[in-house]
Design a protein around this ligand. Structure first.
Ligand SMILES: Nc1ncnc2c1ncn2[C@@H]1O[C@H](COP(=O)(O)OP(=O)(O)O)[C@@H](O)[C@H]1O
Ligand SMILES: [Mg+2]
Length: 359
């Protein structure tokens, strides 16, 4: 097992003008870690992964596998296994021939090759499928063939670029658990790319949230969810509300803010938040950390329901409140019977779960 280091890595494409597709990225992925690059389309995830694979060279910066500098090494000298969204399998070849492809290129002997193909197919729970044709398999099975093909060369790192995007919702969930099992059993350092925050949270040891080529935050799913570094991360992960609230007083680790309607609450803040009395704090509060109450209740924030959507697990509401014209999103497990759009409602914020974010 090896760790993978990206050191001040940038990539500019000649025809894309001055803007960097990947801008000064620093990441250290631990040996055996399942690490995810997460962000909206166009934020630089694929470009970053392709630099690790060697399909692109960085404009500046260094990439290391363990202590070895691979920055300028061609892909076939890096021992990386790649899995893509569109599987990239050869449809006219059998499952076994597809999996054996990388071994053939590496001139592995026939008997050894057969043994390793069987082993890789067993690893992805496709033992006995070797003679099947690719077009006889479901999408999920095809993606597992692609995974076997990547693993059979015994790569030093496994790189996966949106591998589940072509699968329907139920199969995505099954296959993501399957990928995690295989990765854990193989103990292989892995970098996974997705734009889907739920997928990233469910699968990853750690996540780098990216936007416009830059890393916005690196942390465990829990850290990113509970302590988002800035407004972008807060809104991208779990669609948090970010309220602008006047600061009454502050300590090194907390900020007292005034709520619309006059109430005061104390919320946790990151180190060196720099907020002082009369500044405006940006405070993140998750939809599930806002409770509903009667609009007449003492200390409640009051507002008007503008949207109401039943999702099964909860009811999502948008409530327009003073100072937040776009409203706040609330995910309520229980709603008062007969509540409908246009009604006045009271909100209670769970101050213990709120967190000051940077702009
Ligand atoms: N080969 C290329 N030539 C020019 N621009 C590119 C190339 N590949 C990607 N880009 C640009 O770099 C940015 C990041 O793209 P990409 O890494 O594919 O994003 P993501 O995978 O996060 O959707 C985008 O603005 C994209 O248009
Ligand atoms: Mg991409």
């Amino acid at each position: 097992m090896i760790d993978v280091t990206l050191e001040s890595v940038s990539k500019r494409f000649a025809r894309a003008g001055d803007t960097a597709a990947v801008d000064d990225v620093d990441i250290n992925i631990a040996a055996g870690e399942f690490f995810t690059l997460l962000g909206p389309s166009g934020c630089g995830k694929t470009t970053t992964l392709r630099m690790v694979a060697g399909f692109y060279f960085p404009t500046s910066g260094r990439i290391r596998f363990g202590t070895e500098d691979v920055t300028r090494k061609p892909p076939n000298k890096r021992d990386t296994g790649m899995v893509f969204q569109n599987y990239a399998l050869f449809p006219h070849m059998s499952v076994a021939q597809n999996v054996a492809y990388g071994l053939k290129i590496r001139k592995v002997g026939r008997a050894e090759s057969r043994r390793r193909v069987e082993e890789a197919l067993a690893q992805v729970h496709l033992g006995g499928y070797g003679t099947r044709r690719i077009d006889e398999l479901s999408g999920g099975q095809q993606q597992r063939v692609a995974l076997a093909r990547a693993l059979v060369i015994r790569p030093r790192t496994l790189l996966l670029d949106e591998p589940l995007s072509n699968l329907d919702a139920k199969l995505r969930e099954e296959t993501r658990a399957e990928i995690r099992r295989i990765q854990r059993e193989a103990g292989i350092t892995s970098i996974y790319v997705t734009h889907d925050q739920a997928e990233a949270m469910a699968m990853s040891d750690r996540i780098a949230v990216m936007e416009s080529g830059r890393v916005q935050q690196i942390g465990s799913p829990q850290e990113i969810y509970h302590q988002p570094a800035n407004t972008f991360v807060a809104r991208f992960i779990g669609r948090s509300n970010v309220l602008s609230l006047p600061v009454v007083s502050a300590t090194a680790t907390t900020v007292d803010v005034r709520l619309p309607g006059g109430g005061r609450i104390t919320v946790a803040a990151p180190p060196e938040h720099g907020l002082t009395e009369s500044a405006t704090a940006l405070v993140s509060v998750r939809p599930e950390h806002i409770g509903l109450c009667a609009s007449t209740e003492e200390g409640a924030l009051t507002g008007r329901v503008t949207e109401l959507e039943f999702t099964g697990m909860a009811t999502n509401l948008i409530v327009e409140i003073e100072g937040e014209p776009e409203g706040v999103m609330v995910a309520a497990v229980e709603v008062p019977a007969g509540l409908s759009v246009g009604d006045q409602i009271g909100l209670r914020l769970n101050a213990d779960r709120m967190w000051v974010v940077r702009p």
